[in-house]
Design a protein around this ligand. Sequence first.
Ligand code: IDP
Ligand code: MG
Length: 137
Amino acid sequence: MAEKTLAIIKPDAVKKKLIGKIIQKIEEEGFKISGLKMILLTKEEAQGFYIVHKDKHFYDPLTDFMSSGEILIMVLERENTISHWREVMGATDPALAQPGTLRQMYGSSVERNATHGSDSPQTAEWEINYFYKSEEK
Ligand code: IDP
Ligand code: MG
């Protein structure tokens, strides 16, 4: 079974009408999109999703941002899904991301960096379960 990752198009990129360009890149990179939905997180849901960062200085503004507008949630699959998606996104800070990466092209700050990707198989499983609970799965 192919490795899965959770990918998110964040509120900044949705507002900038970048959904089409980002999904085009996802398909060109050989990912299969095996789940996709648009949702608006509550502050509490954003806090739950980013609970690993609860002690970081950016937790409160980050969870405000992530609940500030609709986001597109996707489950992606291919070979080396997790590492390849993180490569396609680029570094967390768009200013440090390689040319041609999604965050370099579409991010505007370390917080508003257009996309999310899981960082390990364990995290991917937890994150996918967070958004695709029980009967929906
Ligand atoms: P990642 O998204 O590249 O895995 P993480 O360190 O897991 O990066 O951070 C989660 C998210 O928190 C980032 O994508 C970004 O939106 C935000 N973030 C990370 N570091 C900072 C920071 O120093 N200032 C503001 N926001 C940050
Ligand atoms: Mg992370």
